[in-house]
Ligand binder design. Sequence first.
Ligand code: ZN
Ligand code: ZN
Length: 360
Amino acid sequence: MDTIQNYKCPCCGAPLVFDAGSQGLHCESCENKFDLDTIRQLDDAERLSGEESKFDWESYTPRDFTPVNGVDFSNYSCPSCGAEISGDDTMGSTICPYCGNSTIVKGQFEGVLRPDYIIPFKIDKKTAIAAFEADFKKRPFLPDLFRDKKKISEMAGVYVPFWMFDCDCNANLTYRANRTHIWSDSDYIYTKTDFYKLLRSGSLGFENIPVDASKKADDAYMEAIEPFDYSDAMDFGSAYLSGFLADKYDVSVEESILRANARVRNSTLAAFLETTAGFQNVCAERDNISFNNSKIRYSLLPVWMLNIKYMDKMYKFAVNGQTGKVVGEYPVDKKKKWKFFAKVAGISLAVTLAIAYFML
Ligand SMILES: [Zn+2]
Ligand SMILES: [Zn+2]
């Protein structure tokens, strides 16, 4: 019975002893009795959840990019923000889609990878502009420059590089929790608290966790224009790039893995925590998460971008090239705002005067 002697009481930590009468385990310190199978399960769960998490991703094998289907590409770099973008020769644009600088230069650069997937642009420039214009109709104090057709027409379609992560995740977690019941009779109020150790294990599949692979693309903007519908993703073909700009990754897959791991871990913890509904004071103790079937793909996702400089500040806008969702920070034209408040003040003054007039 050596193995049994090694079990510790889950309530107080004292060694458990085998009780021949009940064929179970008994704690001489806190007097609790346990079923042998339950203690074995608990011991297994403690051991598993105490192991170190392993986030083993498959290694990614880059594929060189050689344009096919007769599309000729030129590479441009932006001396202002360092962006390195490609565009086919039909692109007349010489404005950097990331920073608005208009002196981008043709150049050569290394390290272009052939993407695995691409979500083609679903909305054209006219529709993207209409989505942008509809969004700023809600903003009465927007400076006139933002309504300027010529300025808005600088909007450029950019395929932004993303690393996409898939994995099946196995997790073992333990929690402490309790349940309290309160009842009363004519003399007393009773409180009964049951203490629980919760064991959870299971697996969870993740598909297409996106992590943007461009340093110039603002992470917050790229997360704000999500979601993308990955059922539209196609095997990459360079014909899709025709008429658009394409950025290349400058955040390595290794750097992106850290962000993917954080997203997997947080989503896993949140999903398992939901299974503890009905308990109170749930406190996570240990967790062990490991992967299998992991997959990494390099993908290009469609984003319309526009930069407008106003009062020495560059305002950036992004429109999801698939759904038309608009993200951006809008400035307020202070003069317009004051005019508006003066008008409102004028109206209320007139109303006050009218009331005063009727009271005379
Ligand atoms: Zn005990
Ligand atoms: Zn730039």
